[in-house]
Design a protein around this ligand. Structure first.
Ligand SMILES: [Zn+2]
Ligand SMILES: [Zn+2]
Length: 256
């Protein structure tokens, strides 16, 4: 942070003390993060071994040691359209609390912090780093009815923040054409039917030949990410990697 902004930040902290949104402890003057160090360190981040495709944690690394491309049962049965999905941590504990603060209580500053974590994850997981002009960050827009209630799209805020941290282009490429029922309430075939014809890509020339990073807050069934990845690839995307803050351990990924 440039010195003049640092002094300004200290002055603001003096008059309007900031506090950590998780533990509510006041921040020391001039600290830069949204979360305090104790809460940062207490976040339970996910680490390998995991399914190379969907990122679902494996209980042991034994299989991967002998067969590095071994996929989980769901990915073998219903191969998703995306190339990989990775999450910062489980949808549980402090991560769940952070997602709720952002989505339901409007703490968009939390999205800035989570965007930085997504950028860190992307850097760690990118097998072959590409020139920044060949990569694009995008998101799947939320349902219009939910947007009207929240007033913002958390996936868009996260994607924009991740792109800024990575120093790569952000673009709104996907259009949601109709409302859907919540995916978690449906069977595998119901989820597939629910998402049929919902997404399209508005400017194929933006994604054509690009490595696309599709950002969202939580990966639950993976069917929305898969439906978007399918459309992005139909529009010419070279690959689609999904980055989410959290994952759940729900089963039955839908094939698209
Ligand atoms: Zn804290
Ligand atoms: Zn998998």
């Amino acid at each position: 942070m440039p010195p003049h902004l640092k002094y300004l930040s200290w002055a603001i902290d003096f008059f309007i003390p900031r506090s950590c949104p998780l533990c509510l402890e006041p921040h020391p003057y001039g600290s830069e993060g949204v979360l305090c160090h104790a809460c940062q360190n207490a976040l339970e981040r996910s680490d390998p071994p995991w399914c190379p495709k969907c990122g679902k944690p494996f209980s042991s690394g034994m299989t991967l040691a002998y067969s590095p491309n071994h996929l989980c049962e769901e990915c073998q049965k219903f191969p998703p359209a995306y190339d990989s999905a990775r999450s910062v941590g489980p949808y549980d504990g402090l991560f769940r609390e952070l997602i709720h603060l952002m989505k339901y209580r409007g703490y968009t500053s939390v999205a800035t912090e989570l965007g930085a974590m997504l950028a860190h994850l992307a850097r760690r997981e990118m097998q072959e780093p590409l020139p920044p002009e060949d990569i694009l960050v995008t998101f799947a827009p939320i349902d219009h009815d939910r947007w009207k209630i929240r007033g913002f799209d958390q996936a868009k805020v996260l994607a924009r923040s991740a792109a800024k941290n990575l120093g790569i282009k952000f673009a709104e490429t996907i259009v949601r054409k109709k409302s859907t029922l919540p995916q978690t309430s449906l069977s595998a075939s119901g989820r597939k039917k629910n998402l049929r014809g919902v997404f399209s890509v508005k400017s194929p020339d933006l994604v054509s030949g690009k490595r696309v990073l599709l950002v969202d807050d939580v990966l639950t069934t993976g069917s929305t990410a898969s439906a978007c990845a399918r459309e992005l690839k139909k529009a010419g995307a070279g690959s689609v990697d999904v980055l989410t803050v959290c994952h759940t351990l729900l089963q039955n990924t839908v094939s698209y």
